[in-house]
Design a protein around this ligand. Structure first.
Ligand code: UT7
Length: 318
């Protein structure tokens, strides 16, 4: 498949580290030096659907196609107000698309899992034009009494439209290692009369150090594997488009790969971790800033709860 359009949207409201330091025991120095985050956009008066729609509309405009031309929408979403239906169904109606939609939850790796499904749909003839949209509100998962997790996240949405015009995915890999205890959250469910135990809300539980280690080692392994599969050497790679969870994770991956810093663009300073929206937001920024040229090779890689990881090598052919 080929990328034909990208779009992204961030909530209007921004919370700086200094603003957080007024409501909890933290400071700009700790957050900046440990994570690289200076500010994050949070949904306050807007809702997730609004920024999801904005990202989709920008991607359609960038692709130069109408919503009715989409054959499938794959929506990556970890949490939103609706348990059912999937967020993709709500976005579909609001953008004026008519195609089938499916939501997936592969946490922060969800956009790349969505790409893998899109690639299979296109290869098997199920669809010719597929939009993968990641719309995420991870600021609603941790407890805002827990300074070690809530400062890390921001809300946002990113969308990419793929078509069957060429075959630009040179390789792709997804991995899952069941290790939910390092990163999880639970929500209370309705009680029925025959249940013995009540379920409870459990805001995000994270073993930060363990996730950090798993992120660096798995991402490196994934990146090396997809580059080998695609028969691509590092000097052929224009950018490594990585999940934006912590600048120190990006730096560590860069260091282990022995690649120059300029090949690792970031948005983390102003977005924080927007879960699966990180990669399409970053890709859209590169596209809109004119940093991508036809034929550029991009390596994408993400990791997150599960523990799920994914990586791919794709040619920018737009
Ligand atoms: O999409 C996947 C999502 N998650 C991740 O990718 C997370 C990966 N892990 C990380 O990014 C890092 O482990 C963190 C940023 C979460 C934490 O950095 P760290 O260098 O591993 O710090 P730490 O957990 O070892 O905590 C060091 C200290 C602790 O104090 P003591 O026990 O040493 O006195 C914490 O209580 O920092 C304290 N601390 C804070 N201090 C000020 C934790 N959060 C804060 C805070 N402000 N917001």
């Amino acid at each position: 498949m080929k990328i034909i359009g990208t779009g992204s949207a961030l909530p209007k409201f921004e919370a700086t580290n200094d603003m957080l330091s007024q409501i909890m025991d933290t400071d700009d120095e700790w957050i900046s030096s440990r994570t690289g985050i200076k500010r994050r956009h949070l949904l306050s008066e807007q809702d997730l659907t609004e920024i999801g729609v904005e990202a989709c509309m920008k991607a359609l405009d960038n692709a130069g196609i109408a919503a009715e031309e989409l054959d499938y929408i794959i929506c990556s979403n970890t949490v939103n107000e609706f348990i059912t239906p999937g967020l993709g169904c709500i976005l579909q109606g609001q953008i004026g698309a008519k195609c089938p939609c499916i939501d997936i939850n592969a946490a922060c790796s969800g956009f790349l899992y969505g790409m893998q499904i899109a690639n299979s749909f296109i290869a098997s003839g199920v669809a010719k034009k597929v939009m993968v949209v990641a719309a995420e509100e991870p600021s609603r998962i941790p407890s805002w009494q827990d300074r070690s997790t809530c400062v890390l996240f921001g809300d946002g949405a990113g969308a990419v439209i793929f078509s069957d015009e060429s075959n630009d995915v040179l390789s792709m890999r997804t991995t899952t290692t069941s290790a939910y205890e390092v990163l999880y959250s639970k929500r209370a469910m309705e009680q029925h009369p025959f249940q013995k135990e009540e379920t409870k809300d459990v805001p995000l539980v994270m073993n930060g150090r363990e996730v950090f280690k798993m992120a660096v080692s798995n991402s490196q392994e994934d990146i090396k594997a997809v580059m080998k599969d695609a028969n691509i050497s590092s000097d052929q790679v224009k950018y490594f488009v990585l999940h934006q969870a912590n600048i120190r994770i990006v730096d560590a991956i860069q260091h282990f790969l022995g690649e120059p810093k300029e090949k690792f663009p970031t948005t983390i300073d102003y977005t924080g971790n927007t879960s699966s929206a990180c990669i399409p937001i970053l890709l859209d920024r590169l596209n809109r800033e004119g940093k991508l040229s036809k034929g550029d090779v991009l390596v994408m890689s993400a990791f997150g709860a599960g523990f799920e990881t994914a990586a791919c090598v794709i040619k920018w052919n737009k």
